[in-house]
Design a protein around this ligand. Structure first.
Ligand SMILES: [Zn+2]
Length: 136
């Protein structure tokens, strides 16, 4: 019996994705999959990001290799992945609000297409209006 077949990682992934064939295991016992051969339920960091997810602190679960091992990427478990901190809908919404606040004039309360200088807080129209004597 070879070393890999004794490793706990083997039974671990067989349990989850029974039947799928790994290429082998690296020296840490991490299952290594060929491109397109990785079981469902695993994704690379790039794939996670495309889904607006991040690994969420989990250790890489398996290794994906392609181009005869010249390229490789860690695979993470989707069930442990978390919504990305930088792109969750709630935070995008909050970011939008923050940007809208930065574009809103403190005097006329119009939202402008540009960011209002924080030192002044007024839109350019208001600054212009204030720098000329009013007709009335
Ligand atoms: Zn204004």
């Amino acid at each position: 019996m070879d070393r890999a077949s004794l490793h706990p990682a083997r039974s671990r992934w067989i349990e989850l994705w029974n039947g799928k064939q790994a290429l082998g295991w690296d020296h840490h016992g991490t299952p290594v999959f060929k491109f397109r051969w990785a079981p469902g339920g695993l994704a690379t960091r790039r794939q996670l990001r495309a889904m607006r997810m991040c690994p969420g602190g989990q250790e890489p679960y398996a290794l994906l290799v392609w181009r005869n091992g010249k390229r490789w990427a860690w695979l993470y478990r989707l069930d442990l992945a978390k919504p990305s901190r930088t792109a969750s809908p709630a935070q995008l919404n909050a970011l939008d609000k923050a940007m809208a606040a930065r574009r809103t004039c403190g005097r006329c309360h119009q939202e402008q297409t540009y960011c209002i200088p924080t030192s002044d807080g007024r839109c350019i129209d208001c600054m212009d209006a204030a720098s000329y004597p009013t007709a009335a």
